[in-house]
Design a protein around this ligand. Structure first.
Ligand code: UDX
Length: 440
């Protein structure tokens, strides 16, 4: 194992996972965040969010003594040979563009303390051109000048599979300006590379674009199948069978063709919007106008789900009891950023429904953002006396429900499967009126 020392700036889903996994690969790692409460929790081996497998790995790595966390830029600068930037780039309020203030703050906080040669590796998803701008900024601010070199190393991890995706990535992308930077990254990732992970070595612009291009493609794939769902609804077809059938074509592939409530989360929605905004600045906006349509199709699925619930209620939403299963933007995550499930729940409440929401992990996060919704601690409480049940995040707990048992708890046996993930036949056999998106 190399004796390179690694730091990770930002301890959200991306940064915390990266720090823990780098330690698991055998490096000494110092993670940094400005949020002292988070840093204290992490140092105590407690993960401040839900991510399967990361909690135990964090505790193990803290116990080895290789991994610790700080709030100090000075400590980070003195410690690290390689500094990873893993802070968020959320959507700017009221605009499509990405808010770069956290990335900028990290560079401005770290660079003035850099007194020994190091590599700074950007991981955050950024508008193309950011790396070029930050390289200049670092050269200006760092006491060691050009000996603090920047590179771009985008991250592709999925929430729910963060550890697996970090330790065994599909590919590694190195945006570098020197042989030295490439060699340092090859040392950091020696384990996955030795296990056969392909490495793409390229320039700054391409490295930054790979990430947004990948997420745009995934979003497009989801909206494509959701557009087919709209047509299936009009024509009486079944989008799940259609997805299976086209997915057998290896050129198309079945993954990411699950029709339903559409995509949410902290990445796909804001990334396609920020990409459009950046393309506009570059004069290439026409190239990405289709992403507007991808976004619009995605948002229409939410209103369609609300409409299905209203139809099942015979048009009477006011005062109706609605049991909502799921608040996270996807299963195995407590992340509620841009969650389609919560958008649907909030919309029905706004129309006068009495909504009860249950999510196995995301209730607390949801309550912070949508405090007026009522959150309950179990499926039983969520569906009690419900006039309609909405299945909006496909947790295993929900997929495994016994429709006959749930039937005994509700007022009316109406279910909307917003994720096409329940066993239609079983629910219908138990006397439920089952409706879903894109199926008859
Ligand atoms: C995504 C990318 O997959 C990942 O590579 C990138 O690093 C970050 O953004 P993530 O946001 O964790 O990861 O979730 P992902 O599993 O991609 O799902 C995104 C959304 O699409 C979820 O809301 C999910 O429910 C939805 N989705 C996914 C569908 O509606 N249908 C599908 O077939 C797949």
């Amino acid at each position: 194992m190399s004796d390179l020392r690694i730091t990770v700036l930002g301890t959200g889903y991306l940064g915390a996972t990266h720090a823990v996994c780098m330690s698991a690969l055998g490096f000494e790692v110092l993670g940094m965040d400005v949020d002292k409460a988070k840093v204290d929790a992490l140092n105590a081996g407690e993960l401040p969010f839900y991510e399967p497998g990361l909690d135990t790995l964090l505790a193990e790595q803290i116990a080895t003594g290789r991994l610790s966390f700080t709030t100090s830029y000075e400590e980070v600068a003195a410690f690290g040979d390689v500094h990873f930037i893993g802070v968020g780039t959320p959507q700017k309020p009221g605009e499509n563009a990405a808010d770069m203030r956290f990335v900028d703050a990290v560079v401005d906080g770290l660079a003035p303390h850099l007194e020994r040669p190091c590599l700074i590796a950007g991981k955050s998803t950024v508008p193309v051109g950011t790396a070029e701008r930050l390289a200049e900024r670092i050269a200006e601010l760092a006491p060691v000048g050009a000996a603090a070199e920047l590179c771009w190393n985008p991250e592709f991890l999925r929430e729910g599979f963060a550890v697996e995706d970090t330790l065994h990535p599909d590919r590694l992308v190195f945006g570098v300006r020197s042989e030295h930077a490439e060699q340092v990254l090859r040392t950091v990732y020696a384990t996955p590379i030795s296990e056969g992970t392909p490495v793409v070595v390229t320039d700054f612009a391409t490295a930054q674009l790979v990430k947004v291009a990948a997420n745009s493609f995934l979003a497009t794939k989801i909206s494509f199948i959701n557009a087919m769902a709209e047509v299936c609804e009009a024509a009486g077809g079944d989008v799940v069978t259609l997805a299976d059938a086209i997915g057998y074509d290896a050129r198309i592939g079945r993954r990411f063709l699950n029709a339903g409530l559409g995509f949410g989360g902290g990445c796909l929605p804001k990334d396609i919007r920020a990409f459009m905004a950046r393309a506009g600045e570059l004069g290439a906006d026409q190239a990405l106008t289709f992403l507007n349509e991808v976004d619009a199709i995605n948002m229409r699925r939410r209103s369609r789900t609300v409409d299905l619930a209203r139809e099942l209620l015979g048009g009477h939403v006011l005062g109706a009891r609605v049991g909502v299963l799921g608040a996270a933007f996807k299963p195995d995550s407590d992340d509620i950023r841009d969650s389609p499930a919560l958008a649907v729940a909030a919309s029905l409440q706004l129309q006068g429904a009495r909504v009860a929401v249950y999510d196995p992990q995301a209730n607390a996060n949801a309550a912070r953002v949508f405090p007026t919704l009522r959150y309950v601690g179990s499926v039983v409480e969520a569906v009690a006396d419900a006039d309609v049940v909405l299945h909006l995040t496909e947790w295993r707990e929900f997929r495994d429900l016994d429709p006959a048992a749930v039937a005994s708890m509700v007022h009316q046996r109406n279910i909307v499967d917003g994720r096409n993930a329940l066993d239609v036949e079983a629910w219908r056999a138990a006397g439920w009126t089952y409706r879903s998106l894109g199926r008859p």
